[in-house]
Design a protein around this ligand. Structure first.
Ligand code: SF4
Ligand code: SF4
Length: 303
């Protein structure tokens, strides 16, 4: 995976229009406790008096609101352009059919263009139509939510079930938070698991990325993949080992971290307070404030 990207791409990837630091929380694998780290880190910053924006960019399965025990509020639809055809103006040139890279446009009979299949709102058909026979309709692909509680603002992106346009929703939730970046002392981005483009889109502009993993063979394997991706985009990175006292292969995780020049920012041991917080939908910091706060603050101090 480790190929060099053009310096201009890296520069563009890292550019933002504001000064607020952005910390990404990611993980090559699902179920390693990435969201638990993100919400507890957010709670730790709030406990220090900082204004925090937490972006839940795992748009297929956003769950930070559940872990925080707060509802999703202020819904706003995320829409994309969807073509509307006017048979009166259509001259049957079929340029739109040829322009659609998803092959979603069909002409069952003269002057009739039907959209059958996926449409990502690219507008190619609209732009090539020489007759103005296509107008811009809109189609909802997901919902943005903004929930404010004291110094914490949670931005959540939720993809409409069954749709594939997750990248659009990731960009929309990131842009919504970035537009208000000056109101915050820190922005945390909780990405989807994996190494696909949505993870990279969510991490755009991040000053540092925490890769959360666990000491299992799958954990160290997927950690190598995500670290390699972060390296490709020249992102500052460190590793958080969750459930570090599992009788697993912690040395493999440490090896992968060393190979990628990523320090271990923190280790979180299995404990009953974390589990209880998880079961109650309450960050462990709120559930068991004092020594837990030190634990998550320590991650921040390390990066
Ligand atoms: S907007 Fe793009 S994807 Fe949708 S029908 Fe037109 S060309 Fe195809
Ligand atoms: S590009 Fe416009 S005029 Fe040509 S077939 Fe499509 S809708 Fe009709």
């Amino acid at each position: 995976m480790n190929k060099k990207l053009h310096p201009e791409i890296i520069k563009h990837f890292h550019s933002t229009t504001f000064m607020t630091p952005i910390i990404g929380v990611t993980g090559g694998k699902g179920g390693v406790g990435k969201s638990t780290v993100a919400v507890n880190l957010a709670a730790a910053f709030v406990a220090q008096g900082r204004r925090v924006a937490l972006i839940d960019a795992d748009v297929d399965a956003p769950n930070d609101s559940i872990l925080l025990g707060i509802p999703l509020e202020n819904p706003e639809p995320v829409t994309i352009m969807q073509p509307i055809f006017d048979p009166e103006k259509c001259t049957d040139c079929r340029k739109c059919v040829k322009a659609c890279q998803l092959n979603s446009l069909f002409r069952p009979q003269a002057k009739t263009i039907n959209l059958m299949g996926e449409c990502n709102g690219c507008e190619a058909c609209y732009l090539v139509c020489p007759e103005g026979a296509i107008s811009r309709g809109s189609h909802s692909v997901g919902t943005l939510y903004k929930t404010e509680r004291g110094k914490l603002t949670l931005y959540t992106g939720a993809l409409q079930p069954g749709l594939a346009e997750s990248a659009l929703v990731v960009n929309a939730v990131r842009d919504a938070a970035f537009a208000e970046a000056d109101q915050f002392d820190i922005i945390l981005v909780d990405t989807a698991p994996g190494t696909h483009c949505n993870v990279i889109s969510a991490l755009k502009g991040a000053d540092h990325v925490l890769a959360v993993t666990e000491p299992t063979p799958l954990g160290s394997h997927d950690l190598e993949l995500i670290l390699s991706l972060l390296e490709m985009f020249a992102m500052q990175r460190s590793v958080v080992i969750n459930r570090s006292d599992l009788p697993g292969k912690k040395e493999k995780v440490e090896q992968a971290a060393r190979a990628s020049s990523a320090p271990i920012a923190g280790e979180i041991k299995l404990d009953k307070d974390l589990l209880a917080g998880y079961l109650q939908g309450t960050p462990v910091l709120i559930f068991c404030r004092i020594h837990r706060q030190q634990r998550f603050s320590w991650i921040w101090l390390t990066i």
